[in-house]
Design a protein around this ligand. Structure first.
Ligand code: FES
Length: 337
């Protein structure tokens, strides 16, 4: 290899480079054992069928375990169930996956095919040729000829989705309208959380925010789930500062307002109250609600105001709910579900 320098430039120019390079082409095709030895091809076919059969057995093991091993809360049955389900699912997926790879590597044609670039829509001749190649590929893959392989694949593929269906069924019942209701109801006292002591209107001072729950929520069937929906913030404002909201006259008690604490964006607890501006701030994505405008969203990704809980006082001066919320609490998609 040599080079020479053009006068007045520093660009080196190759003088021994050929005019053009020849396409070296593809390396010579090496036949696999199964291509030349019919006994090796038969052996590979049996191996693939065995793997597909293993997959079918795995699916059956999972289904049998699901129905035959009752979960009675003991460690022994839990162990048996998990072992059967895990082993079954593993075998089902392993068998069908490795079987397909082994089939492709040993029995399917492995010659390189080159298709030159052409306009997006091929000519009719090209399309006919492509259809012929596809038909030839299907024929060469052995699906038509190799009945054992085809039938074992059909069996494994037919059973493979069943475990997924069974496991999906275990996700539990649909929530139905549970998300549209909370533990609040007419006459239910507002109680401090976590002490559970009811709160009087006279105890709510201006500038403070109180986290309250319905009295007796600890006795609910699922107290944590109920608390997640029923959490309320109690705030006392100067009634002169609050914009009137048509239809909500009488929902407050002398400037004491109750709003859901569950952010209408994706459900974080709205936890920060700015005393001077009367803004409630959600720490997750900074949605900001203006309490003076009935918790309208003034900043952030939330799309609707915090739902208001209508409240009043009972004969003893304790704050009570007039009803449940008039709309679902939390993320907006709940009410669209
Ligand atoms: S959850 Fe409150 S802003 Fe996103």
């Amino acid at each position: 290899m040599s080079s020479e320098q053009e006068p007045g430039t520093d660009v080196a120019t190759r003088t021994d480079a050929p005019e053009r390079f020849e396409n070296p082409g593809l390396p010579a095709h090496r036949h696999r054992l199964a291509d030349t030895d019919p006994r090796a091809a038969k052996r590979a076919e049996r191996q693939v069928a065995l793997l597909f059969g293993l997959s079918a057995l795995g699916s059956i093991l999972l289904i049998v375990t699901y129905f035959a091993v009752p979960l009675d809360g003991t460690f022994a049955t839990l162990f048996k169930s998990n072992l059967g389900l895990g082993l079954g699912l593993g075998l089902a997926m392993f068998g069908i996956g490795v079987g397909a790879i082994h089939w492709a590597k040993t029995l399917m044609p492995d010659t390189e095919r080159i298709e030159m670039r052409h306009p997006m829509r091929g000519s009719d001749e090209d399309r006919e040729a492509a259809a012929e190649i596809l038909a030839l590929g299907a024929q060469e893959s052995g699906l038509g000829r190799r009945a054992l392989l085809r039938n074992s694949l059909i069996g494994a593929a037919a059973l493979a989705p069943l475990p997924a269906l069974l496991l999906l069924g275990d996700l539990g019942p649909l929530p139905q309208d549970k998300l549209a209701h909370t533990f609040w109801e007419r006459g239910k006292r507002l109680a401090r959380d976590p002490s559970g002591t009811p709160i009087k209107a006279s105890e709510v001072t201006r500038g403070s925010v109180y986290h309250v729950m319905p009295e007796g929520i600890e006795d609910a069937e699922h107290p944590l789930e109920e608390k997640a929906k029923a959490a309320v913030l109690l705030i006392r404002l100067d009634p002169q500062d609050v914009e009137p909201m048509p239809g909500r006259e009488g929902w407050d008690v002398d400037g004491i307002y109750a709003y859901s604490k569950i952010c209408t964006h994706v459900g974080c607890p709205v936890a920060l109250y700015e005393q001077t501006t009367h803004h409630l701030l959600c720490p997750c994505h900074q949605s900001t609600f203006d309490v003076e405008q009935h918790c309208k969203v003034i900043f952030g990704p939330a799309k609707r105001p915090l739902p208001q809980l209508p409240i009043s006082v009972d004969d003893e001066g304790y704050l009570v709910a007039q009803s449940d919320f008039h709309e679902p609490v939390g993320p907006s998609f709940w009410e669209r579900g």
